[in-house]
Design a protein around this ligand. Structure first.
Ligand SMILES: [Zn+2]
Length: 519
């Protein structure tokens, strides 16, 4: 039988491995993971890709500074990114490293294809180059002669023979594309690109560098290396075994999750390259904001970084995931603040969710022998009506992850209030008691399903305790649970004293300057 499942291909950006992962990397992966898991719940055939960008000159510079051979340097740092994915329970199906053969082959293939189509030509490039961005900068982009993203890096004046991609040919096509509503989300980020393209126009793009030892060689001209964007961007198709294999099933990407600093490359350059190569363009570029720490931008250059490993050690993976997804309105910049994390852990995860689960399990277990399964359609009516399932679905569809989470927690509040109001511990009428307990336990089951994309570990603990499986969004309807199987279990979230948490995190490396080699 033919597989009729709808496919869903989601990617994160690939990360430079010039230093160990920071909070921004963790946030992007967590957000993408939440979306990927949601689509799994919807029954779709999800393919989720993340990886590392290892050919960039940035990495070479960092390796030199650390006095480590480049290959060894990228290998050991790439491992940290892979480790981070595991630590954060990221459900990626593949992890691509751009030094892998499977990637090199495809990057070269695309370069050659565009050259054959006469869309890549040889010329001369002269300009100011920022090694931080790995990009030439126009005068217009500079702030007091410096790159605004890397004010403490010296710009280099480079003049060299280079290959150019005829990006200018695609101005009209890309403008039309950006006029379409959902190509770039959120709206403000789409409009930003649209006005930039109208203001600056599209010039041909330098796509090679000369005389570099590290990187993917231009297949027909070994003096040249494929310049970072044709190399990096093609990871999205090389991991799918373009032009065969998984590519046939999963391309085009449904969502590329990226940071706002690389929006231009993904919503202007990438679709131009794809159109030029006669490849379908991705459906949505989903742009998240930056996370600041106490109001300042995270930067490896200034050393203001938070180590996501130590935060996870101190607070637990789900508290960290929950905080980032709940606190930051998706698409906007947010602030990371450990006090706020501790407050959300205590007030929301422990007091609301944890409390609901332990009360429900406790009360139900106590009544174990007396409780019977309520017939379909008889239970949960009052309580279930309070669940805004359609709204949650709509928020997720619009990538408003924080709002969806907010709605789920509103329902948790409703459930706690329901217990408080019905006082099952005082209820003498067996049938009434049965119905109350059934309502809250079954609602808890539904809550766990809905929370799985956000806090998978916790959701799975609840599922185990209540003896059901998290399988499908379709199971978010009443009356499926056998009450007699619910057992008491250790509490889900222990409260954290602010002092304890902060001390622990600081000890294990928070805000340490020059955390690891290469900073
Ligand atoms: Zn820069």
């Amino acid at each position: 039988m033919a597989d009729k499942k709808k496919k869903f291909y989601i990617t994160t950006a690939i990360d430079y491995v010039n230093a160990s992962p920071h909070l921004g990397h963790a946030y992007e992966k967590i957000a993408a993971d939440c979306i990927a898991r949601w689509h799994k719940l919807l029954g779709e055939d999800v393919f989720f890709l993340t990886g590392t960008d290892e050919n960039a000159q940035k990495n070479v510079k960092a390796a030199k500074k650390a006095k480590i051979a480049i290959k060894q340097f990228v290998d050991s740092n790439a491992k940290l990114f892979i480790k981070l994915c595991k630590k954060l329970q990221i459900s990626n199906d593949d992890f691509i490293r751009t030094i892998e053969e499977r990637h090199k082959k495809v990057a070269q293939q695309i370069f050659e294809l565009l050259h054959k189509k006469d869309l890549i030509y040889k010329g001369n490039y002269e300009g100011l180059y920022c090694t931080g961005c790995e990009a030439f900068k126009t005068e217009k982009e500079l702030v007091t002669g410096k790159c605004p993203e890397h004010p403490n890096l010296q710009l280099e004046l480079l003049k060299e023979e280079a290959y150019f991609f005829k990006l200018s040919l695609y101005q009209d096509r890309i403008t039309q594309l950006l006029e379409k509503k959902y190509f770039v989300v959120p709206e403000a980020k789409r409009k930003e690109m649209l006005s930039r393209i109208k203001e600056q126009g599209l010039k041909d793009l330098c796509v090679s560098r000369k005389n570099l030892k590290w990187g993917i060689p231009v297949p027909f001209d070994k003096e040249h290396t494929i310049y970072v964007w044709i190399d990096a961007l093609t990871n999205y198709i090389s991991a799918l075994e373009y032009p065969k294999g998984k590519y046939k099933k999963y391309w085009p990407a449904d969502v590329h999750v990226i940071g706002k600093d690389i929006n231009w490359f993904h919503s202007v350059i990438w679709p131009s390259l794809l159109i030029a190569a006669d490849i379908e363009i991705p459906k949505t570029i989903l742009v998240h904001g930056f996370i600041n720490i106490k109001g300042e931008k995270i930067s490896k250059t200034t050393g203001l970084v938070i180590d996501p490993f130590s935060i996870t050690e101190s607070y637990g993976v789900d508290s960290f995931r929950y905080f980032l997804l709940r606190e930051i309105p998706f698409g906007q910049d947010g602030d990371f603040n450990e006090k706020a994390l501790v407050a959300r852990h205590n007030n929301e995860l422990a007091d609301k969710l944890g409390n609901l689960v332990s009360r429900t399990a406790g009360l139900t277990e106590k009544q174990n022998t007396k409780v019977k399964q309520v017939k379909q359609g008889q239970a949960n009516k009052t309580l279930f009506k309070k669940l805004k399932l359609k709204e949650i679905q709509k928020h997720m569809q619009d990538y408003e992850l924080d709002k969806a989470l907010h709605k789920i927690f509103d329902f948790i509040d409703d459930c706690n209030a329901y217990i408080q109001e019905k006082k099952p511990w005082q209820e003498k009428d067996k049938e009434k008691l049965n119905n109350i307990l059934y309502s809250v336990s079954d609602s808890t089951r539904i809550i766990a399903i809905l929370l799985w994309p956000f806090i998978p570990e916790t959701a799975e603990k609840i599922a185990k305790q209540f003896e059901f499986e998290i399988k499908s969004f379709d199971d978010c309807k009443p009356s499926l649970l056998k009450l007699s199987k619910i057992k008491k279990a250790p509490i889900l979230f222990k409260k954290i004293g602010l002092e304890d948490g902060l001390k622990k995190a600081t000890k294990s490396g928070e805000l340490k300057k020059g955390l690891r080699k290469g900073l």
